[in-house]
Design a protein around this ligand. Structure first.
Ligand SMILES: [Fe+2]
Length: 387
């Protein structure tokens, strides 16, 4: 690549316990009232307690919208917007995983734009910046705290649509590993593999840049070293923190490069079958890596090295095979199913799955040229376990 741009306006602060500074931060931003966007699981787990205390201590009034749903629908975003307008807030704070963050992005942007969130499907269609958004991720996976996109499901068509605009970059991301210590192992696995998928798809994307590749390869290395420990030990704060950093780095990488076929297909599976995003990516990743390997064996070799393989004396292709094996071993260690059939996918809707996947802009920047027949074959292989 001879020319490229790099743009991430989001400030990032990482420290243990930093989420307790939210009141102080909002005060210094002259905030009067904040809308916290989260889900009921986060609230029940008690993760809002110290954040609410901090807001009260700094006399920031707030309201909580906890109706975020997995694979958030456009309706849930418009419902959150109604709440924002009713209670009259001037800042939005997302506390949660990718669904809460994407819902908060939709609410914050629609606060200053007319119409419906689905009117803005695609790239660069939003005319006005939204309310300031501060993001506190409670999973290490989505990277949405540093990206310019929100993923919204159209409940009528079950199509997951991407709204992409520089106005969707949050103002600030607070990475607080203390909030992730009690994350259940299965969610640690699924979200961590989502991050690894972001990093690998970004690294191999046709539109990767020298800066996005630097972020992506660092994320791959951190995930290889820390995800198994975060999964098996859980309250190991160092591995949790490293996963939060890796997730942010992978997000920063793909905010520049976009993704590839794994996300094109997984968004389809999420939209049609309501399958959790991270787990769908984890299962699909090896099948797409195998498909992509002939197109970018040199980059696959780099991925194998970042994941700890000794690639001395191997050809690019042999080393790339090691990357595939290591990702499969990681899935196995994290008890991720081998097939999308095990996730509840049915092939009855295969033509729609192929059609919806091809609609994703991610197919166009996947490293290997991809036809509808290729997508069909990848889905069938992932269904049957043909690797
Ligand atoms: Fe993702």
């Amino acid at each position: 690549m001879s020319s490229f741009k790099f743009y991430i306006p989001t400030a990032v602060e990482c420290d243990r316990g930093i989420s307790r500074k939210i009141g102080e931060i909002l005060k210094s931003n002259q905030a009067q009232k904040a809308l916290i966007v989260t889900d009921q699981g986060i609230r029940k787990a008690g993760l809002l307690r110290t954040i609410e205390q901090s807001l009260t201590e700094h006399e920031i009034s707030y309201d909580v919208f906890d109706e975020t749903e997995p694979n958030p629908s456009a309706e849930s975003i418009m419902k959150g917007l109604e709440r924002l307008k009713t209670v009259g807030t001037d800042h939005v704070v997302a506390v949660g995983g990718g669904s809460s963050i994407d819902t908060a992005k939709g609410i914050a942007i629609m606060a200053c734009n007319t119409g419906h969130i689905l009117d803005y499907e695609g790239v660069g269609k939003i005319p006005n910046p939204g309310y300031p958004l501060i993001v506190i991720p409670t999973t290490a996976g989505t990277g949405s705290e540093v990206t310019a996109s929100t993923i919204v499901t159209n409940s009528l068509t079950r199509f997951k649509t991407a709204v992409i605009s520089p106005y969707l970059f949050p103002k600030l991301a607070l990475l607080d590993a203390e909030l992730t210590l009690k994350l259940p192992a299965d969610i640690t696995a699924a979200t961590g593999m989502d991050s690894l998928t972001h990093a690998i798809e970004s690294y191999t994307s046709k539109t990767a840049t020298p800066i996005s590749r630097a972020f992506a390869i660092q994320a791959i290395e951190l995930i290889g070293r820390n995800l198994p420990k975060a999964y098996y030990v859980g309250d190991d704060i160092e591995s949790r923190e490293n996963m939060l950093v890796a997730s942010m780095l992978a997000g920063a990488a793909f905010s520049q490069s976009r993704l590839g076929n794994v996300h094109a297909i997984s968004h389809t599976l999420g939209g049609i079958f309501n399958i959790a995003h991270g787990i769908a990516n984890a299962v699909l990743l090896p099948y797409v890596m195998k498909f992509n390997l002939p197109a970018c064996p040199d980059k696959m070799r780099d991925i194998a090295s970042a994941l700890g393989a000794d690639t001395t004396g191997l050809t690019f292709r042999e080393a790339g095979d090691k990357a595939l094996q290591l990702v499969c071993s990681m899935n196995e260690a994290l008890h991720i199913p081998r097939t999308i059939q095990q996730l509840g996918v049915s092939l009855e809707l295969l033509p729609k799955m192929v059609e919806d996947s091809m609609r994703s802009g991610n197919v166009l920047i996947n490293p290997r040229l991809t036809t509808p027949a290729d997508i069909k074959a990848i889905i069938e292989n992932a269904y049957q376990g043909n690797l």
